[in-house]
Design a protein around this ligand. Structure first.
Ligand code: SF4
Ligand code: SF4
Length: 298
């Protein structure tokens, strides 16, 4: 129940190797009376998206950092260490933490991967293509009997029944960033530790990002009109869209948020002054070291 990556699809994978469009027909149905009800949630492997975290932490009345600490496990999405999160499972099992006696306890706010199942989606950029394109696959796991149900429907109608559109829309820019990072050639190089930290905050800690932009340093540098800022701060979804603009600036150097005139120069001067001060402290410590050593040995 994670988003399959075509290059990672192993031999005999449950992911069926036929690319489907939105208008392709599938045979599948899932309902409370089915013999395998909740079998999928007992073997869960759910990768989380930024909008999943917003929906779940709001449902549970938690701050994003507290939600992440309690209900998720980190993993690396690529060889550069791009941070990813999966939904935690109950101790010693693969059972989802949100599975209760009567089924999913967060059903109306369940993550996108749960909504897609038993389909997988892959966002990709074709060779020579400029746009990120979505293709779909059927995921056929032995425990899932939904494929034997006599219901035929298009991929489009199945996804509509699962309320996927709102999630896809809120996560669109994030998916684009992830695909761009993945498909960037080796010349782009590995992101810095600071870029990875910012990716982590913008993707999975919306309340932390709110604190970050409310700090005085942000508006000293970035030129965001006050009313626009207030509007974003009032909604996690709008704030997420802004976080993605900020991330594009950090990761790809695009000027997606205008800088205040002279901000870059003022920042460089402040950074230089901080370095000079630090160097002075180090020199002073170095100068005093023989004195301290002498006292210790006397
Ligand atoms: S969040 Fe709900 S639907 Fe998704 S795996 Fe957990 S229990 Fe199942
Ligand atoms: S039909 Fe498949 S998706 Fe539905 S409950 Fe059974 S295992 Fe889960």
């Amino acid at each position: 129940m994670s988003f399959p990556d075509k290059q990672d699809i192993p031999h005999r994978s449950p992911v069926q190797p036929h690319e489907l469009t939105l208008d392709a027909e599938i045979q599948f149905d899932c309902h409370a009376g089915i013999s395998c009800f909740n079998a999928c949630c007992k073997q869960s492997d759910i990768q989380l998206t930024p909008y999943d975290i917003i929906r779940l932490k709001e449902r549970l009345g938690m701050q994003s950092a507290a939600f992440v600490a309690r209900y998720t496990v980190p993993f690396e999405m690529d060889h550069h260490g791009m941070p990813g999160l999966k939904l935690a499972t109950a101790a010693g099992s693969r059972e989802c933490v949100f599975l209760g006696e009567a089924g999913c306890t967060v059903y109306a706010d369940r993550p996108l991967a749960c909504r897609y199942y038993a389909l997988g989606k892959m966002a990709m950029r074709r060779v020579g293509g400029a746009k990120v394109e979505n293709v779909y696959f059927v995921v056929k796991e032995v425990h899932c009997k939904g494929h034997d149900e006599p219901v035929r429907q298009t991929v489009r109608s199945y996804l509509a029944s699962q309320g996927v559109a709102e999630y896809d829309e809120a996560n669109r820019e994030w998916m684009d960033i992830v695909v761009r990072k993945r498909s960037a050639g080796p010349s782009i190089g590995a992101p810095s530790a600071r870029s990875l930290q910012l990716f982590d905050m913008c993707s999975y800690d919306i309340d932390g990002f709110r604190n970050f932009i409310e700090g005085s340093g942000f508006t000293d540098i970035f030129d965001v009109p006050e009313d626009e800022l207030a509007d974003m701060l009032a909604s996690d979804t709008r704030l997420l869209a802004f976080a993605m603009r900020f991330l594009k600036q950090v990761l790809f150097g695009e000027e997606t948020i205008p800088l205040k005139p002279g901000a870059r120069e003022a920042r460089a001067t402040a950074r230089k002054a901080a370095w000079a001060k630090r160097r002075q402290v180090e020199l002073e410590a170095h100068r005093q070291a023989p004195e301290a050593e002498k006292i210790l040995h006397d």
